[in-house]
Design a protein around this ligand. Structure first.
Ligand SMILES: [Zn+2]
Length: 436
């Protein structure tokens, strides 16, 4: 038995009164966050001015001081109407944000640079708050402390039964708003038998792309959702319509609501599509290999940015990371420096350059001609078979440092490596020759 953490997300159907309560709680979280941030800033300013006693307050200190302050005449008059959780959790978020910023600045944190936490503006930042305590899931509703029982649009009975049986434990609830819709996301810990593998011994390389959502090493191409493309066209139209309306007019407000609603719909389409793909991958393959993409860096390129964020690379990774252990498979992230696109999947030769627009990989050494994305997917499968040693279920961390050298794979190096590793079905030689 092992404990697996997961998030269960449900679309909520609150009453009008509940909507007001939810909005007030989100407001409390935002107010507290900004209040805490102002204190942190003041402490940092004092430190800079040479005050040796100035300390950046911790989440715990902020919460204590907030509880005193909120009761004062200049505090917040509505404090009795909201749970004490949202501010407390907001301070924790702030603390985590600050830590991430400092780690990033010291260079102790991988990935893109983290910015200093910024103020949450009403209407600009997402309305959301977190609750802990007595949270109960019912067949078609969820009971939240201080808020009451909120109806759900979805059937939650499958999970509710497991909560009752004690195999699933709810630890927290995050309530958030997307346009006109409220969502409740429950953080749960589930007791689960994790099989050593899901029965599949193969290694599947997955190349995420801009044209197709994903190309698998067995040649399967998963297109992006069609509905999403249609949705995006409509989104552009609505967005144009909105910007043409006079500022402050009733028509503009109406157009803004329509636009926000459609945004939420497109986002949910995308999420749905990614969920289906990641579940299938985690369920049917022993090992799933993906590239370590610097998504933040790629989003800097504006022409590509929309298509990339649509494909939801980061979300894809996140979903796989929790679904793989759930289904007893393994997620391997190939080293960032592994040239999956430039390497020939047949002879191992590495090209010095491969323009982004070139959709076909042609090897000068062995003459292999293959779809660019499929070549990359096969290389990823190969990388895992030759680098990843048997490890427990879960994400195999890509080696930072030691494995970096694998960037320079000598030509022909795969011959020896695949000879010792179990033959991954992702490397279907027959399929390769068809393509050649
Ligand atoms: Zn070759």
């Amino acid at each position: 038995m092992a404990r697996v953490r997961q998030a269960l997300r449900f679309a909520a159907d609150p009453t009008a009164a509940q909507r007001r309560t939810l909005a007030r709680h989100a407001g409390a979280a935002r107010t507290a966050y900004n209040w805490g941030l102002a204190r942190v800033r003041a402490a940092l300013d004092a430190q800079r001015a040479g005050d040796p006693t100035a300390r950046v307050p911790s989440a715990r200190t902020l919460h204590r001081e907030w509880n005193t302050w909120k009761r004062r005449p200049d505090g917040i008059p509505w404090w009795t109407e909201v749970s004490k959780c949202p501010p407390q959790e907001a301070f924790r978020d702030l603390e985590r944000g600050l830590q991430a910023f400092w780690q990033s600045r010291r260079g102790d944190r991988a990935g893109a640079r983290v910015r200093f936490p910024h103020r949450k503006q009403k209407g600009r930042s997402r309305d959301s708050f977190r609750l802990t305590g007595a949270i109960h899931l019912h067949e078609r509703a969820v009971s939240l402390p201080r808020i009451g029982t909120v109806r759900l649009f979805e059937d939650a009975s499958r999970w509710a039964e497991r909560v009752t049986a004690g195999s699933v434990h709810v630890t927290a609830a995050t309530v958030s708003r997307e346009a006109h819709r409220w969502f409740v996301s429950l953080a749960v810990e589930a007791e689960r038998d994790i099989p050593i593998t899901n029965g599949a011994a193969d290694i599947m390389g997955v190349d995420l792309g801009v044209l197709a959502l994903a190309t698998l090493s067995d040649g399967t191409v998963i297109p992006g959702p069609k509905a999403l493309h249609r949705g995006l066209r409509k989104l552009r139209r609505l967005s144009r319509g909105h910007s043409r309306k006079r500022r402050g007019s009733r028509h503009r407000a109406q157009a803004a609501r329509r636009l926000a609603r459609h945004h939420a719909r497109v986002a949910s389409l995308r999420r749905d599509h990614l969920h289906k793909l990641t579940t299938t991958l985690a369920k049917t393959h022993g090992t799933v290999v993906v590239e370590d993409l610097n998504v933040r860096g790629m989003l800097g390129n504006r022409r590509l940015a929309r298509a990339l964020s649509d494909a939801g690379f980061a979300e894809f990774r996140r979903l796989l990371a929790y679904k793989c252990p759930w289904h007893g498979s393994r997620l391997v992230v190939a080293d960032r420096w592994f040239p999956s696109s430039k390497r020939c999947s047949r002879c191992g030769g590495v090209k010095t350059a491969l323009p982004l627009g070139e959709r076909t990989f042609r090897c000068d050494a062995c003459g292999l001609v293959i779809d660019r994305d499929r070549n990359a997917a096969i290389n990823l499968a190969w990388w895992a078979s030759s680098h990843a040693v048997a490890s427990s279920a879960g994400e195999t961390q890509n080696g930072r440092g030691a494995d970096r050298k694998t960037g320079a794979v000598p030509a022909g190096g795969d011959e020896a490596a695949t000879g010792t590793a179990p033959e991954p079905t992702g490397l279907r030689i027959g399929g390769l020759e068809d393509a050649a």
